[in-house]
Design a protein around this ligand. Structure first.
Ligand code: SAH
Ligand code: SF4
Length: 390
């Protein structure tokens, strides 16, 4: 059975956990190649079998041991009781008028997480979640309102990629995910072991085989963990969202523990180690971060940090207490930063009608309408397509 057939039939594991009560049953998507080699060795199996199995799964998309014909029959039936290919089931799949797609995944115990596919001219970016909820409590972020329930496992992170790619394959248009950003729910560096394991699987030639330049980890500024982004040689994005310690501490409590000076020092260290510029994400909050003198203070703050600034107009969510600035204010802020010589990009809001824009993701337990009426806004009417599975 191929991965595609597996998802279609709602079957997630060829060897259900109940068939191997006493033995450990491991989810394949949590394995790196060395992990599987060590696992096989533990059971007295040949190391090179691991490479064969990885080829079946990530190249051929075969997830049924019975179809892995270069393995002996005995080995296949033994492995069926030890390894599952369970992927997080899709509870809901929404498609925005602008082509953005949102997936709501069931991650057990009544919890769910969201991942978003964002199309652009030359890219198809997947924005994945790393945690259920988030403890960083940023004031403007909907996820931050939901306390951390659990950190996602590596297989749940890799699983988001596999299920979404599988869904794209079913469209039959040959669309492939080209980039992955850890900008969904949760703080990736608060779950660094699992996030970097998932990155190894996604990057490695024996896994998904996506270039490191196409993988971005976004952090609210967990300084002690940031060196790992440099070590993994993937791209770094930092949620700055403040032009002074005072403002940043007001909207991002983490700034009280890790203030701007230390954060920017760590960013410079990242640049020295990798030669890659950092993406500074800066949310425009009406009256708080969106004024012309804030633009000037921001450019001054970042003048000796090799970076690009990504301006993100605030996306509304119920009860946030913040407002989105007018388009004129957003334009003026953008112009001012450019005039001052900053490398800056105004991020287009995508997927607003399906609550898929930055900072709008949630677990399904939180009260919120499923779609938003944007008929009066610039991206048009609410012609949303919705698919429910499971
Ligand atoms: N926890 C990580 C990654 C997830 S948040 C981090 O904070 O970097 C991804 C981005 O969404 C961050 O840059 C954050 O500043 C931004 N964001 C959060 N809430 C938002 C909102 N309501 N509107 C616009 N951007 C938001
Ligand atoms: Fe967590 Fe990032 Fe939201 Fe802050 S912005 S609450 S770190 S997800």
């Amino acid at each position: 059975m191929t991965l595609s057939e597996q998802t279609q039939q709602g079957l997630s594991t060829p060897a259900d956990q109940s068939t191997a009560t006493q033995t450990e049953v491991v989810n394949f998507y949590s394995f790196t190649l060395p992990d599987l080699e060590a696992f096989l060795k533990k059971y007295g199996k040949e190391k090179f079998r691991a490479q064969q199995i990885f080829k079946w799964v990530y190249e051929q998309r075969v997830t049924d041991f019975d179809q892995m014909l270069n393995l002996s029959k005995d080995l296949r039936s033994e492995l069926k009781n030890l390894i599952t290919f369970k992927l997080p089931p899709v509870l809901k799949h929404l498609i925005s008028v602008d082509g953005t797609q949102k997936f709501l995944f069931d991650v057990r115990d009544g919890n769910s997480i969201e991942a978003v596919v964002i199309p652009s001219d030359d890219r198809l970016t997947l924005c994945v979640s790393s945690e259920i909820g988030c403890n960083m409590a940023c004031q403007f972020c909907f996820t931050g309102k939901q306390k951390l329930k659990r950190r996602l496992t590596a297989d749940e992170i890799v699983g988001q990629f596999m299920v979404v790619q599988d869904s794209l394959d079913k469209e039959g248009k040959g669309r492939k995910l080209s980039n992955i950003v850890f900008m969904g729910m949760g703080e990736p560096l608060d779950n660094s072991d699992n996030v970097f394991k998932a990155i190894e699987v996604i990057h490695s030639p024996w896994g998904v085989n996506l270039s490191k330049k196409k993988i971005t980890v976004s952090t609210s500024g967990l300084i002690p963990e940031m060196y790992k982004v440099a070590e993994a040689k993937v791209r770094l994005a930092v949620s700055l969202n403040g032009w002074s310690d005072e403002v940043r501490s007001q909207v991002m409590p983490i700034n009280k523990k890790y203030p701007l000076k230390d954060l920017l020092d760590e960013c410079r260290r990242y640049y020295r180690a990798t030669g890659e510029k950092i993406t500074m994400e800066y949310v425009l909050l009406k009256g708080v971060t969106d004024q012309i003198d804030h633009a000037r203070a921001l450019v001054k703050l970042l003048r000796d940090v090799p970076c690009k600034i990504n301006i993100i107009p605030f996306n509304e969510h119920p009860g946030s207490g913040f407002e989105r600035p007018s388009d004129e204010t957003v334009q003026a802020f953008h112009q001012e930063t450019m005039k001052l010589g900053a490398q800056v990009l105004l991020r287009r809001t995508m997927g607003r009608d399906i609550f898929a824009a930055c900072g709008q993701l949630t677990t399904k337990n939180v009260e919120r309408p499923e779609t938003m009426d944007i008929s009066n806004s610039k991206i048009g009417g609410t012609n949303v397509r919705s698919f429910s599975r499971g």
